[in-house]
Design a protein around this ligand. Structure first.
Ligand SMILES: [Zn+2]
Length: 341
């Protein structure tokens, strides 16, 4: 209980020591501080690698500390094991799944082998299965994995990705949606996905776009998101595992369909480019929480979040539409939401 409170209360540091590690993408130890707080107004240091621009939490929580965080954070969820996840979660997850299906329309053919890494409650795989695909999910959360199995009859490997023993070159489509930023070794996970993919297969990878925007600096950071990507660092990371954007105009996006490179083909972005960290440093001003709170923005943002939660929990009309389009998968989804946000 003490650790749960330490994780939730503002201004109090998270109960972790962490360790200093080099950049997961380029191996450099040089870094520049981007933010010293997170969205719970707690001290949390985020740095960018000076050489390649990949952002990370510093010091990095150990595997054990992360496991403890998830266990405390999702304690309520674990206690609900065997029951249904909250409705707003399922509504958001289905909306996102439809969006993903639209992006992968050309590849989700009957008989295609589809893997979703971090499949959550399984809505995307359910839609792929309805299209005649053979589907498999990897999901470390026991209650989510159990729900995907019982509700949709999906084959789910309930373990971390490292423990999933899957044959090489065995999938036509692999998706990994809003998961890579949570992993301690994102490069190893992406390399594994590249290995599991058939030579002519595609991988859809989506991570939050951490380029600076109009939100206050601390609002962008979250203890569970231990890495932060921009389009540049995501595409460089993917290229290092032998994957490039299937469409050249997707180089500006962090939600992209990738394909295997043929031979010497590569992207023009260099691994190291110091202007990336400089741009991040300049783009994330040192906002003060006092100004955010007393300037009224805190109340506006809270009201907005409440509106979204209420809409996804109680809006029957919308779920009716969702149900109809669910029966007609050709109907495109138009909204994209981070189902885990
Ligand atoms: Zn780096």
């Amino acid at each position: 209980m003490k650790q749960l409170l330490q994780s939730l209360l503002p201004f109090i540091p998270y109960p972790y020591r962490g360790e200093f590690i080099p950049c997961n993408l380029c191996g450099s130890e040089d870094k520049t501080v981007i933010s010293s707080k997170d969205r719970r107004w707690k001290p949390l240091k985020t740095v960018a690698c000076t050489e390649c621009g990949l952002m990370r939490t510093d010091p990095m929580p150990t595997e054990e500390e992360l496991n403890r965080y998830y266990r405390d954070e999702y304690r309520f969820d674990y206690q609900l094991a065997g029951k249904r996840p909250p409705k707003f979660h399922l509504v958001r997850s289905m909306r996102d799944a439809k969006n993903r299906v639209t992006k992968l329309e050309d590849w989700l053919k009957p008989g295609a082998r589809v893997l979703d890494v971090g499949c959550g409650t399984g809505e995307f795989l359910k839609l792929a299965k309805d299209r005649g695909c053979e589907v498999v999910g990897i999901e470390p959360g026991s209650s989510y994995a159990a729900f995907a199995r019982s509700e949709y009859g999906i084959d789910v490997i309930n373990s971390p990705w490292q423990d999933a023993e899957l044959p090489q070159a065995s999938f036509d489509v692999i998706t990994c949606n809003q998961v890579v930023e949570h992993l301690r070794d994102p490069m190893a996970a992406l390399a594994a996905m590249s290995d599991w993919l058939k030579p002519e297969g595609v991988a859809y990878i989506s991570v939050p776009d951490m380029r600076p925007n109009s939100k206050p600096t601390f609002e962008r950071f979250h203890f569970a998101h231990i890495y932060g990507f921009t389009p540049d660092t995501l595409h460089v990371a993917m290229a290092r595992t032998g994957l490039i954007a299937a469409q050249p105009d997707e180089l500006e996006s962090t939600s992209t369909v990738f394909r295997k490179t043929d031979g010497d083909e590569t992207i023009t972005l260099p691994l190291q480019d110091q202007s990336r960290a400089e741009a991040l440093s300049a783009g994330y001003p040192n906002d003060t929480i006092v100004r955010y709170f007393f300037g009224g923005r805190y109340f506006r943002d809270t009201a907005h979040r409440f509106h979204k939660w209420r809409r996804d929990t109680f809006c029957e009309k919308k779920t009716q539409t969702e149900r109809q389009s669910h029966q007609h998968p050709e109907q495109p989804a138009t909204l994209n939401t981070d189902a885990r946000a």
